[in-house]
Design a binder for this molecule. Structure first.
Ligand SMILES: Cc1ncc(COP(=O)(O)O)c(C=O)c1O
Length: 378
């Protein structure tokens, strides 16, 4: 956690833990701090103010969204969900079947674990209203072509809802370039506090049903969120921005006018660095004949986040985290709330994989420690 995030949270709680937006100086400052967090997050992902809702978690945000727009869909309408997603972007939408909506499943290729566009095209129809899919699976790590998929879905007259929780720590976000309708990610995966961002095009937030007090129906995005955002943690978003600004000024001398521009440059460095870390690990996994790496292999740059799940012939995945703990490397086994993906890949047990993942502050030495430790047990 960047110190700047902790300090901003502490500053809010010690100096401005009052009802925001009244006449007192502390209250005015509290409101400014919250508004600054929301405004900077919008700027970071190239959204407009009023297009970003800060909620408790992505699971909760998707649940709230499905309730707020559920009435747009009726008997005979179709929604498409994938089996590559974390359950957060599946379960809430599947529940709309209770209202008579038909829910179809865009399934991964069981060999490659990829979501193929051809398979999506065969599911789309004149009745399709919404397609929900991940930018990056939290189990597989490969990036999906959000702009390309969104174009195909829009051409069919439907909307998209993208889960970017596993993408956001690794690459810059540009919701306008991709033309997405709904796009969600969790700030605790983006070096921030335990809250989450839901972007929606302004016209969608305007049209969505209010779920807060009736007199807040014109307040976007507050109307979607019963009870309002967490104040001190929304104010702490500024600390995430401080962190990226510090990275920018450490690595670049030339001025760059926009926050999104500086963020994009920092993520350019992160991408190159993470690609190198990931390549080191994927080469190790691919050298082991008894290891099945799920999803994209190879070390082509730009194809994936350094998030790897694997199964080892005849071995209990629970062995590996326990062994690596002795090397002071934290990895995990389980289903990672992507149970439908595990089943879609033909793995027998829900806890059948081990996952190891990296971000930009991991060192080459740490990856080598991971490799050496796994090599002992694999
Ligand atoms: C891809 C993906 N989507 C959604 C979630 C859920 O996010 P949250 O914990 O904010 O509900 C996770 C959490 O790990 C995730 O990896």
């Amino acid at each position: 956690m960047p110190r700047s995030v902790i300090e901003r949270t502490g500053a809010y709680m010690t100096q401005t833990q009052v009802q925001p937006g009244t006449a007192s100086a502390a209250s005015t400052l509290a409101a400014e701090r919250i508004a600054e967090g929301e405004r900077q997050m919008a700027e970071m992902i190239k959204a407009e103010p009023g297009e970003v809702m800060i909620g408790p978690s992505t699971t909760m945000n998707m649940y709230l969204l499905s309730h707020a727009i559920g009435e747009w869909f009726g008997e005979g309408d179709e929604l498409i969900v994938t089996n590559q997603d974390h359950e957060a972007n599946i379960g809430a939408w599947r529940r709309l079947a209770e209202r008579g909506v038909t829910v179809k499943e865009w399934r991964v290729d069981p060999e490659t674990a990829e979501l193929e566009i051809g398979a999506l095209e065969s599911l789309l129809s004149a009745r399709t209203k919404l397609v929900c899919f991940p930018h990056c699976s939290n189990l597989l790590g490969g990036f999906n072509d959000v702009a390309g998929i969104t174009r195909v879905v829009h051409d069919a007259g439907a909307l998209v809802c993208v889960d970017a929780v596993a993408y956001a720590p690794h690459r810059a976000i540009d919701v306008k370039a991709w033309d997405v309708d709904f796009y969600g990610f969790s700030l605790y995966k983006l070096f921030g506090p335990h809250i989450a961002v839901l972007y929606a095009k302004r016209q969608h937030f305007d049209r969505a049903r209010g779920q807060n007090h009736y007199f807040l129906d014109d307040e976007v995005p507050l109307k979607l969120l019963p009870g309002g955002p967490n104040h001190e943690l929304t104010a702490a978003i500024g600390g995430v921005i401080d962190y990226f600004e510090a990275l920018y000024h450490h690595h670049f001398e030339e001025p760059e006018n926009t926050l999104a521009g500086r963020i994009a440059k920092v993520f350019g460095l992160i991408a190159a660095y993470e690609d190198a870390l990931g390549a080191r690990f994927v080469r190790f996994l691919e050298s082991k004949p008894n290891v099945r790496l799920l999803g994209r292999g190879g070390d082509a740059p730009g194809a994936r986040a350094p998030t790897f799940s694997f199964a080892v012939d005849g071995r209990d995945p629970a062995e590996f985290p326990a062994h690596m703990d002795g090397h002071k490397v934290a990895i995990r086994s389980g289903h990672f709330y992507a149970l439908r993906l595990i089943a879609g890949l033909g793995l027998e047990r829900p806890g059948a994989v081990t996952r190891a993942s990296m971000v930009h502050y991991n060192s080459t030495e740490e990856v080598d420690r991971l490799i050496a430790g796994l090599d002992e047990v694999i």
